[in-house]
Design a protein around this ligand. Structure first.
Ligand code: PEP
Ligand code: MG
Length: 542
């Protein structure tokens, strides 16, 4: 028995025979040529063949995972039309008088390195796409078939890496799980695995030479582990886990496309919380009604400098477009306290949770804030985007924010850049905001209650301090009464109120929230269907 750990892409459990997929060692030789035009024609034919293959893959993917998941094959088709890349290959054929296979292989290296070196995670991921289309071109030029994906029986696929094309070509019914040595949880392959609801682990340090097809493996996406040749006892344990998981999944899957409606006909929204573009696959897969909280500060973390307006605009635009008209609420920068980025130079504070953070930074350093606001206003043109502001404590702050939004709009207008002023909501996560929620409701389009901070500030319990875990009680009546007060004040002004803190996913409280009149629960994507189930088992009227 051998246990190995990796990063879970999709949480599920599977057990069965291993199918080891080894990549054919590609031997691309440099061959001198005499007729570059003939070579360029050969490249053209390989390109047309590749586009045709990608079109077929796209259609298969649309049938199996829907348009969102299939989009990657359209991206690959577009990349095959990218003149920068193709011209570089043709130029090399002409000037170095070399065969097309060799020129493609060299340009693959150059272009994928260029993408891999970019700061932006989205652009980084394009390196794998360049590799994918180059491999396809080379295979076509060499007259090779794709890797053989015809699995004889349902198997746990173990590979060094899998491209989206390879993933889609496999017969979904015969894939029990994926285990790969490389690959990121945010890759398109990972997104496809999630959409196909297939347990998958990436980054598993396994040597394929130590494995053989036919041996048994158990993949536990909840624990992030794979066990090769499990003992009889482990097999029994896993069989039980698989059975329980299957029962629950079946039940949850049947809720996709259903309304979040109580037994007595009251409807609410169930949306998802995300930290970036890469979570969108999971949001769609779980049929969320929209995005109730996009924690935009994640764009600012783990880097050396501020994200530019353009970088932010691209991300926000991508998210609203991917959500195809469903509401996307983007929370403005909530940095500080536990979320630190060196380049903000925030300095040490005795009480960081009570310190210089979130909207306070934005109001004190309006240039940082306005860069984000301009990006948001521009992205609002592309779909249903709303903004909300964190850590509000006063009416004065909200008035100042509105002035800055106007200024950001005026700057865009002057530069002739299209924009739209989106709906603007407030996060209610301080006791002060709760107590003046009647006044704030006049100034806001909606409220979203941040129960994580609201609990910390109401109970005077640092949410980061593990020793206080027993005192951090979001079920405290003080919190529940505050939620009721906020919802009532919102409704008096004809506005809606949701919960986006962790408490929103607490299934013990779903019925209570519904009865309080909460209009939206925004939870982690994997909780969406569970919350839907709880809503559908609740009654609005006592
Ligand atoms: C909250 O405080 O409940 C919230 C949703 O915001 P965060 O957890 O990001 O502070
Ligand atoms: Mg908060």
């Amino acid at each position: 028995m051998r246990r190995l750990w990796g990063k879970a892409v999709y949480k599920g459990v599977a057990m069965g025979p291993v199918a080891v997929l080894k990549r054919d060692e590609r031997q691309v030789k440099r061959i001198g040529i005499a007729d570059p035009d003939a070579e360029i024609s050969r490249l053209g034919r390989a390109g047309r063949q590749a586009k045709e293959q990608l079109r077929e893959l796209y259609e298969k993917a649309v049938r199996e995972v829907g348009e969102g998941g299939a989009a990657i094959f359209q991206v690959h088709q577009m990349m095959l039309e990218d003149e920068g890349y193709l011209e570089a290959v043709r130029e090399m054929i002409r000037t170095d008088m070399v065969n097309a296979e060799y020129a493609v292989a060299v340009m693959e290296g150059i272009f994928s390195e260029r993408f891999a070196g970019m700061d932006d995670d989205y652009m980084k991921a394009r390196a794998a796409d360049v590799k994918d289309i180059s491999d396809r071109l080379i295979r076509n030029l060499m007259g090779q078939e794709d890797r053989d994906y015809a699995l004889r029986k349902p198997s746990v696929i173990v590979a060094d890496d899998l491209s989206p094309g390879e993933t889609v070509q496999m017969d979904k019914k015969k894939i029990l799980a994926f285990v790969t040595v490389h690959g990121s949880v945010n890759s398109h392959t990972a997104i496809l695995a999630r959409m196909m609801n297939i347990p998958a682990l990436v980054g598993v340090p396994v040597d394929l030479e130590d494995l053989h097809s036919g041996m048994t493996a158990v993949v536990d996406g909840f624990a992030g582990e794979v066990i090769f040749e499990p003992s009889g006892e482990v097999c029994r344990e896993m069989e039980e886990k698989i059975r329980r998981n299957q029962e629950e999944q079946l039940l949850l899957q049947s809720l996709k496309g259903q309304e979040n409606v109580t037994l007595d006909g009251h409807k609410i929204d169930v949306c998802a919380n995300i930290g970036g573009v890469d979570d969108i696959g999971c949001v769609l897969e779980n049929d969320a009604g929209g995005i109730g909280l996009f924690r935009s500060e994640f764009l600012y973390l783990g880097r050396d400098d501020f994200p530019t307006e353009e970088e932010q605009f691209q991300v926000y635009k991508q998210v609203v477009q991917a959500m195809e008209g469903k509401r996307v609420v983007i929370r403005t920068l909530d940095i500080g306290a536990d979320k630190q980025a060196d380049y903000f130079n925030l300095g040490r504070e005795d009480n960081p949770a009570l310190g210089y953070r979130a909207i306070r930074i934005c109001l004190k350093q309006p240039e940082i804030f306005k860069t984000q606001l301009r990006a948001l206003l521009r992205a609002a043109v592309f779909g249903s985007l709303s903004i909300m502001y964190p850590m509000i404590t006063s009416v004065k702050e909200v008035r100042k924010i509105h002035e800055l939004v106007e200024e950001a709009g005026a700057e865009l207008a002057e530069a002739g850049i299209p924009y739209r002023i989106p709906r603007q909501g407030l996060m209610i996560e301080t006791p002060a905001a709760v107590m003046i929620s009647d006044e704030l409701a006049e100034l806001a389009d909606f409220f979203s209650i941040g129960t994580n901070d609201l609990t910390q500030y109401t109970l005077a319990v640092d949410r980061q301090n593990q020793r206080l875990d027993d005192f951090y009680d979001p079920h405290h009546e003080a919190i529940l009464k505050m939620i009721q007060m906020v919802v009532d004040n919102a409704h008096k002004c004809g506005k809606w109120a949701g919960i986006c803190g962790e408490l929103g996913a607490d299934l013990e409280l779903t019925e209570r929230f519904v009865r309080m009149g909460v209009d939206e629960l925004s939870v982690s994507p994997s909780m969406v269907l569970k919350v839907r189930k709880a809503v559908r088992e609740s009654r609005f009227s006592a």
